[in-house]
Design a protein around this ligand. Sequence first.
Ligand SMILES: Nc1ncnc2c1ncn2[C@@H]1O[C@H](COP(=O)(O)OP(=O)(O)OP(=O)(O)O)[C@@H](O)[C@H]1O
Ligand SMILES: [Mg+2]
Length: 278
Amino acid sequence: MPAHPGISARVGWCRSILTTMGCEADQATSSVVFRDVTKSFGDLEVLGGVTLDVRRGEVLALLGPSGGGKSTLLRLVNGLEIRDGGSLTVLDTDIPLGEPAARPADPFWTDLRRRIGFVFQAFHLYPHKTALENIALAPVEVNGQSVDAARERARTLLERVDLANKADAYPRHLSGGQQQRVAIARALAMDPEILLFDEPTSALDPEMSAEVIEVLRDLAARHDRTLMVVTHEYGFAREAADRAAFLEDGCILEVGPARQVLEAPEHPRAKAFFQRVL
Ligand SMILES: Nc1ncnc2c1ncn2[C@@H]1O[C@H](COP(=O)(O)OP(=O)(O)OP(=O)(O)O)[C@@H](O)[C@H]1O
Ligand SMILES: [Mg+2]
């Protein structure tokens, strides 16, 4: 069944319904450059030709209804998915088309993924390692840091996410909000140039979300790395993001300053969506 009835040009259908104004920046200043990116899962066409530049050091919020393709777009950036068409450049590296199955041990992705952190809705901490060990692991095993240096940095990061007193706690003894803050500290331990967040607070109750949002706000305010954040936390997006992109049915229908997109969207579908959720 067509996911986009009434739109006849199946591949690249975004072109017929959006202008790319505001999507493109000077590529030299971009961390991620999507050009006409398409993606299907079997018969299901999920991205219809996305063009978007994510600028170095900016905080970009990805917003829109469920199933619109936000996670897929994010997952393309660190190779958890591979696009079908169009071009994608991440940290000045052209991403080839190819079989996902061939990728896990591929040095191309190992090298690139060192520079990209991913924080998921489900925290994915190692259950048999303490908070500190979770954070110090990759810097030692992937980056070859000394154990002492990695642990010292892990302590600093735990302080930064306000969990200095939980260094020796195992994930099962931490609340969801605390686990997510450890997951963020773990991502920061690799000092990534890009940090991807996929609904980092969706599994949390409001109080725990607030703790995580505080950490995200602090990160966003530093502007020392590129942040792409898929979120339904519209207050955070409005106040802490530089720009917001509204994604529906696999197309970016609007992108602009976050406050403008959230408070005065121009695209009728963005307008309708934000009226409904805000
Ligand atoms: N691995 C997969 N196999 C098949 N279909 C998939 C796969 N991943 C995503 N999809 C489908 O692609 C579409 C877009 O999914 P995606 O997860 O990117 O949306 P989303 O905007 O992140 O939604 P949500 O807000 O619910 O997380 C959905 O219809 C989804 O069911
Ligand atoms: Mg999603």
